[in-house]
Design a protein. Structure first.
Length: 386
């Protein structure tokens, strides 16, 4: 488990501990008030029922839907039971807080129909509290009604934020697919043009030099195979006719890119060094590979300037082992708050979508000790000239 996962776990544990402390305080306050007003052991029923719902709320992460149903079931039993035994009205303060947590969490994540059912169940508990109709609503009924409205508003608000975040991530994925499809479309168009030219040349060769026809046909076959390979990689992607012309910068352009981010001379940013494989290896990369390597380095260096302002140096390493290209970008920023992996642009989401579409992988996270690392791997199709 890396540092980011540990930090996320600690945050969750702290949230559960804080919520448990709030529930404990609410149970204590309610017990004291009932004991002071009603005397005897009237407070025991409220504390037991409230404790059950609070425990359900603290353990809700396993299944939010069933947790909300269980909490509402306890409340549905406690309300008429308290009335029949002439005990203080239910749900009490602690149960109300726990129910609001259960309802808000369930409304946020459940499917629309299930979320509506949970919200309706919470409203049914409020209706049961008001039967038989009193001259005026009791304070406990008003408190629960306010809590139900707050849970409904919070659940719907967070649901909307989650939907917007998913939509933003989906837009990034779509844009990346379109950009990749545009580049691959141009590669395929290049190969098809070559096939047409070679076919026209083969007709001339057949008339003038029939003995060389086999060589021309072999060239057409090779170009056709390359075009089919590129076509397979574009399956499932879409291309907008109005997109701008793509750029497919080769490895030689990485030096220019790194120089723009290098703050060694002006002192305004980390010193960035670049390590590239031999030129002969990079010459065999198809355009979609060269452009993806460029984009990974660009996005990684951009993230360093945004989120690692105290880094003193960064290293970009591009290597090739057989038919696999590896891109690693690391920095030495001191330990600090967990660096966001997708907020503020969703750049890594788009890079992961691009790499996975080409059969590659992407990993990003904190390094041991200090700094951040981005590691991308990308296969290079065999027999594809650049």
């Amino acid at each position: 488990m890396n540092a980011r996962e540990w930090a996320a776990r600690l945050v969750r544990l702290a949230a559960v501990a804080g919520l448990g402390a709030v529930f404990a305080a609410a149970l204590a306050v309610q017990a004291y008030r009932i004991a002071h007003s009603w005397g005897g052991g009237a407070w025991r029923f409220d504390c037991v029922a409230g404790l059950v719902v609070c425990v359900i709320a603290l353990a809700r992460r396993r299944d939010l839907g069933w947790a909300a149903v269980a909490g509402l079931a306890v409340a549905a039993v406690a309300v008429p039971a308290a009335k029949a035994a002439h005990l203080p009205g239910e749900p009490g303060l602690a149960m109300t807080l726990a129910l609001s947590v259960l309802l808000g969490s369930a409304i946020r994540v459940l499917r629309p129909l299930a979320a509506c059912a949970v919200a309706a169940g919470g409203l049914a508990v409020a209706a049961a509290m008001a039967v038989p109709p009193p001259d005026h609503l009791a304070p406990v009924t008003r408190l629960y009604g306010a809590a139900w409205l707050a849970a409904l508003a919070a659940g719907l608000g967070l649901r909307l934020l989650d939907a917007r975040r998913r939509a933003a991530a989906e837009r990034v994925r779509r844009d990346e697919r379109l950009a990749l499809a545009r580049e691959l479309h141009d590669v395929v168009a290049h190969h098809i043009t070559g096939i047409v030219v070679q076919a026209q040349g083969a007709r001339i060769v057949a008339r003038r030099q029939p003995e060389k026809l086999e060589e021309s046909l072999a060239g057409i076959e090779a170009a056709g195979s390359e075009a089919l390979t590129a076509m397979r990689r574009v399956v499932g992607l879409l291309r907008d006719a109005g997109d701008a012309a793509p750029a497919t910068p080769g490895p030689e352009r990485l030096g220019e890119l790194v120089s723009r981010f290098d703050g060694h001379f002006d002192g305004r940013g980390p010193a960035v060094s670049l390590r590239l494989p031999d030129g002969e290896g990079t010459a065999a990369w198809p355009p979609e590979v060269t452009s993806t390597v460029y984009r990974v380095v660009q996005e990684s260096l951009t993230n360093i300037t945004r989120h690692a302002r105290h880094a003193r140096s960064a290293t970009v390493t591009v290597a090739q082992d057989g038919h696999v290209v590896t891109v690693e970008v690391v920095d030495d920023a001191p330990p600090g708050p967990v660096r966001p992996s997708h907020r503020g642009g969703y750049g890594l989401v788009g890079m992961r979508e691009r790499l996975e579409a080409l059969g590659g992988t992407l990993r990003a996270g904190p390094r041991a000790g200090a700094g951040w690392a981005v590691l991308a791997t990308l296969p290079v199709p065999a027999g594809r000239p650049r």
